[in-house]
Design a protein around this ligand. Structure first.
Ligand SMILES: Cc1cc2nc3c(=O)[nH]c(=O)nc-3n(C[C@H](O)[C@H](O)[C@H](O)COP(=O)(O)OP(=O)(O)OC[C@H]3O[C@@H](n4cnc5c(N)ncnc54)[C@H](O)[C@@H]3O)c2cc1C
Length: 448
């Protein structure tokens, strides 16, 4: 490997540096700043939201309990929902408890989803960060770091012109690929025991759906195989005109009447850390989407007049490198509803593993489960935390909490933890969890 000398043009210093502005990074930054930390958030794109905005992924999965009766993910998530509703930028999760167009007519595991407007949410994310006092730096990509002993001391990032350095007391890696953890030499893991990752997909948005027709024909059917479009798909598979790996029509209505579609898919394993590979996948997914649109128009009643509104600007990478934490959140923890002393969130999303040719959709035992703070704190770097996609979990527990409401709950908790650690000048793991929990509860979170 060639070593390069970094010519640093600008230097920053803060208490908490958040790397990556997806839903997890947004929550972590707001929460750190609200708890008194001078906070910087760097994001390689030009807005916040990550997979939710660049990736066009919608809706937010459930914030409800296992029975679909009570909200259990509240706190900052509920605040986000309220802000979106004020701007007509969402449909309340309360209105998505049955089978309807917003949850893709799939109440099983999809009770209490929240559809949102991808443009309004960008503004809400930004305004909430700015109101909390977060210093946002867009078009700023983490490229390296230095460590001193068991701590990250400085992060290096580049914008379109300069290399910058950012010193901080605490660092939160919400890049979705554990990029900072990897650069810092923190222990990481990837995929299942054989390194196999969930499939990648590209979301797209369509208009022109005959809602009355689709509603009328979907609502009568609960079993996927009975649905009105399945004959057309089976025929399309036989004659080679059905172009994608997903076995069914998967589309979710947005508040503005467009639909988010989750059908394009790459069945082969994709190295999500290799830009050569990602580039080829993005090119091929856009072609696959053209074929899906053609198939819809020619074969599916109610979709004869659909138009493509947008394809995601980033490939949807469900699973990547994860940081190894003080503990590893496991399938058994979910199955046994293990009530960790250091729990920071209660969730009920199903274990949702996407694999070649099918979705291996295993619902959990039907109870709520708890995420521990210790799976968000690095095993070997004292001032490094994570949230969201990079949490320390086996692939089953990961598959349950990788969706956006738990990501926000995790971000909220690590933001508080990092702010307290910075204030007290202690390692993240030494922050008394009770203090974090008290702040979470005071902010409306439910911890069971
Ligand atoms: C195809 C697909 C379908 C899904 N469907 C749903 C769904 O229907 N509902 C649901 O709730 N969840 C869904 N999910 C899961 C969910 O969207 C993601 O797991 C979640 O959004 C992850 O959020 P995050 O903030 O942890 O990471 P990300 O969204 O990946 O955000 C990471 C951010 O970090 C930035 N970044 C990366 N590297 C750097 C760097 N070096 N420097 C600076 N910035 C960097 C990125 O630009 C990005 O903004 C889906 C995911 C995929 C891929």
């Amino acid at each position: 490997m060639n070593r390069v000398t970094l010519d640093v043009q600008r230097e920053y210093e803060c208490d908490v540096l958040v790397c990556g502005g997806g839903v997890s990074g947004f929550a972590a930054a707001v929460s750190a700043a609200r708890n008194g930390a001078k906070t910087i958030l760097i994001e390689s794109g030009g807005f916040l939201g990550g997979t939710a905005t660049k990736g066009l992924v919608a809706p937010f999965m459930t914030c409800y309990d296992a029975e679909g009766k009570e909200r259990i993910i509240k706190g900052l998530y509920l605040e986000l929902e309220k802000r979106l509703l004020e701007l007509n930028g969402a449909v309340s999760a309360d209105q998505c408890l049955g089978s309807n167009s917003y949850n893709g007519y799939r109440p099983m595991g999809h009770k209490g989803v929240m559809p949102f407007d991808g443009e309004i949410i960008k503004i809400v994310f930004e305004q909430m960060c700015l109101e909390a006092g977060v210093h946002l730096l867009y078009h700023t990509t983490l490229i390296g770091c230095e460590t001193q002993g068991k701590n990250v001391s400085v992060v290096y990032a580049c914008d379109s012109n300069d290399i910058i350095s950012i010193k901080a007391k605490m660092f939160i890696d919400t890049t979705g690929t554990s990029a900072l953890a990897y650069k810092a030499g923190a222990e990481t893991m990837r995929g299942n025991e054989d390194g196999i990752l969930q499939t990648t997909s590209m979301f797209f948005t369509i208009s022109g759906v005959d809602k009355a027709y689709v509603d009328a024909h979907m609502e009568r059917m609960t079993e996927r195989r009975e649905r009105f479009y399945m004959d057309a798909i089976e025929q399309g598979k036989k004659d080679g005109t059905f172009p994608c790996g997903t076995p069914t029509i998967r589309m979710f209505e947005n508040p503005n009447g467009t639909y988010s579609v989750n059908m394009a898919q790459i069945d082969e394993q994709v190295n999500e850390l290799d830009n050569e590979v990602i580039t080829q996948c993005e090119i091929s997914q856009r072609l696959q989407i053209q074929q899906i649109i053609k198939f819809m128009r020619n074969n599916i009643p109610g979709l004869e007049n659909v138009e493509l509104v947008a394809t995601a600007s980033d490939l949807g990478v469900r699973e990547s490198r994860r940081m190894v934490g003080k503990t590893i959140f496991c399938l058994e923890d979910i199955q046994q509803s293990k009530k960790f002393d250091d729990r920071i969130a209660v969730c009920a999303n199903s274990i949702d593993i996407h694999q070649k040719d099918r979705v291996n959709y295993t619902t959990h035992t039907g109870s709520n489960y708890y995420i521990p703070l210790s799976c968000l704190i690095s095993n070997n770097i004292d001032n490094l935390l994570t949230a969201g996609k990079s949490l320390s979990a086996d692939r089953y527990a990961f598959a349950a909490v990788r969706v956006m409401p738990p990501c926000i709950a995790m971000g909220e908790a690590v933001g508080i933890t990092a702010a307290l650690a910075a204030k007290k000048n202690i390692a993240a793991a030494d922050v008394p969890c009770k203090e974090v929990q008290d702040i979470l509860v005071a902010n409306g979170a439910y911890l069971g």
